[in-house]
Ligand binder design. Sequence first.
Ligand SMILES: [Zn+2]
Length: 159
Amino acid sequence: MSADEQSMRRVTAIRNGTVIDHIPGGMVLEALQIFNVDGRQSNPISLVMNVPSRKLGTKDILKIEDRELTQDELDRLALIAPMASVSIIRNYSVAEKLSIKLSDEMTNVAHCVYSNCISNAIREPLPHRLKVLNTNPMTLQCHYCGRNQNLERLVENLL
Ligand SMILES: [Zn+2]
């Protein structure tokens, strides 16, 4: 059994929903924020943290039952987990495999971490645009003020 299969077995089979694998270790809570999962919804959520991964060292796995994430929702995950692999599960089997699509700009995912940036001015309702300069490590730059973003702070600024 491969390491990947072993770690998938830590997550029990679900009937319908979304399984997200290869989230960098320790980042699954940020992934929940990205998908607006706060535990107040009634569908079951399972998460696995810090299991060994050949690709990533350690990884997290997130399982959201009874919800199929859309490609748009998944693309927001590029912020923390551009390598994530996603399976849509229907009737206990993988119905679709999706991956994160990373474009050269992330629009309306998070707002610039600099509070004095024009994009954060209440009187200037601009779309929030972050340029993707590099993916490994992830480097994002604000379209408006040109400043590079601190990813941890950016996660707190999710829209
Ligand atoms: Zn800015």
